[in-house]
Each structure stands twice: as C-alpha cells, then as structure tokens.
Write a protein that binds this ligand. Structure first.
Ligand code: 4AZ
Length: 242
C-alpha cells in the first residue's frame, strides 16, 4: 500500500494473507477477503496454478509473528473464473474463489479479528471514499510486515478510460479507485487479491479486488480493481454448488 498507515488489530477482520508454504516457512504473496466461513475471494492472477503449496492465514496483523488470533487453513479447492484472461498485460475477469479445508469440521471461527465482509448487491457512487488494505509494496519497502490501509475514491469509468489514464483498456469487469490528480494512496504488488471495501449503514462491503495498474502511486494511473458486483451471480452459484 502506498500512502498507507498501520491498521489497528481487528479493523479489517476479513483481510486474508495468501501464503506459499513450499519454501519451508510461509511467505505472503497476495491478499484475499473472507466472504463465508469456508470461502475466500481473491484475484485469479494470484493463484493461476499454486493451489498445492497454498495456505490461507486469517486474523493476521504482523506477518513475522505467530499471533494469538490467527487461524491458518490449507486449501480444499481453487476456482478460477472461466473467462479469466490476460491480454496486453491486462487481467480480465480477475477473480477466483478459494475453499478452505475445514479443521475438525470447521473453517473460520468468528472473533474480533476474523469476520466475513458483505457482498454488495448495489453500486456505490463515483467519489465514494473506500478502504484498501494489504501487506504489499510501500514507497520504501517491497513488503510491509504490518497490515496497512489507505483511503481511495471511486473513479468513473469514463475518467479512467481517458487517453492519459488507461485509454480504453478497461472493461465492465473492472473499475478504478485512487486519486487521479495526486496519485499518492494506491495499492501495489503484494496487495493483489485483497479487498477494496466501502461502508454502507456501518457494514463493510467488498466492492473491489486489487487487480492491476500502471506501477503504483502515479498521477493519472490509479489502481484498477475487479468489480465484484459483476460477479455476484458467479460467486453465489459456485458457493452453492460446492
Ligand atoms: C501488481 O503488480 C499491482 N497500483 C497491483 C496493484 C497495482 C499495480 C500493480 C495498482 O500486483
């Protein structure tokens, strides 16, 4: 996260760390978001073919510590969207579901530090202030050990498709958020797959998934997010049939 600040424990209890455990000890490589006790939403480009050595960490704040509140799961199944594709470096339909492997018949146990985020069945207006969070690259480090968050504004498709922004490379499966004039707060490498959440009536909705962008924190190059509302039926259908 660029322009972020350290979060307080339990502020984003749906925040997930996807970790590679083949390298001996766990290595964070992407974010995710808990939407049901056994289900995590993430970006397809995070997990193209790494289901085996994948582990999912819930309730994390500091990646280097073994924390009281953490819950770690293996993965039962990965479902990548059937229309996920990368064309000219742009990921389309960049969404995937991860089914956690239950421990003693249980997946995530709800606590102050582990909760699900809501799925939105409505649109938030352009200009809404939303949150991004993650352990990804910052202005000074290639990773943050502490979970960071930042606020970004939803940007219209028209503005973000302008020649000086992403010049027609966006489709309806994505939207932009950030600050066109100043750059500054943005998601970056390692934040991918994590949530962009917006608040309505005190509930946090996962409105976007960190997907791509032209570098990080650049003027006129805001972060691009998977539009979760475009995939509601796909998500509900996949969860139901499993
Ligand atoms: C990446 O490489 C990446 N500034 C993620 C988000 C953004 C750029 C790059 C958005 O995973």
């Amino acid at each position: 996260i660029y322009g972020g600040t350290k979060t307080t424990a339990g502020k984003h209890p749906w925040m997930v760390s996807l970790q590679n455990k083949s390298s001996g000890r766990a290595r964070h490589f992407c974010g995710g978001v808990l939407i049901k006790s056994c289900w995590v939403l993430t970006a397809a480009h995070c997990i193209e073919d790494r289901a085996e050595d994948l582990q999912v960490a819930l309730g994390k704040q500091n990646l280097k510590r073994k924390e009281q509140q953490e819950q770690i799961f293996d993965v039962e199944k990965v479902i990548v969207h059937h229309r996920y594709s990368v064309e000219a470096d742009v990921p389309y339909n960049d969404i995937a579901l991860i089914k956690l492997k239950p421990i003693d018949g249980q997946c995530a146990i709800e606590s102050k530090y582990v909760k699900t985020a809501c799925l939105p069945d409505f649109e938030f207006p352009v200009g809404t202030d939303c949150f991004i969070s993650g352990w990804g690259e910052t202005e000074t480090d290639d990773m943050s050990l502490q979970l960071l968050d930042a606020s970004v504004k939803l940007i219209s498709q028209k503005q973000c498709s302008a020649p000086k922004a992403y010049d027609q490379r966006l489709d309806e499966s994505m939207f932009c958020a950030g600050n066109l004039r100043r750059g500054r707060t943005d998601s970056c490498q390692g934040d991918s797959g994590g949530p962009l959440t917006c608040i309505e009536n005190g509930f946090y909705y996962v409105y976007g998934i960190v997907s791509w962008g032209d570098q990080c924190g650049l003027k006129n190059k805001p972060g691009v997010y998977t539009q979760v509302t475009s995939f509601l039926r796909w998500i509900k259908n996949k969860i139901q049939t499993e």
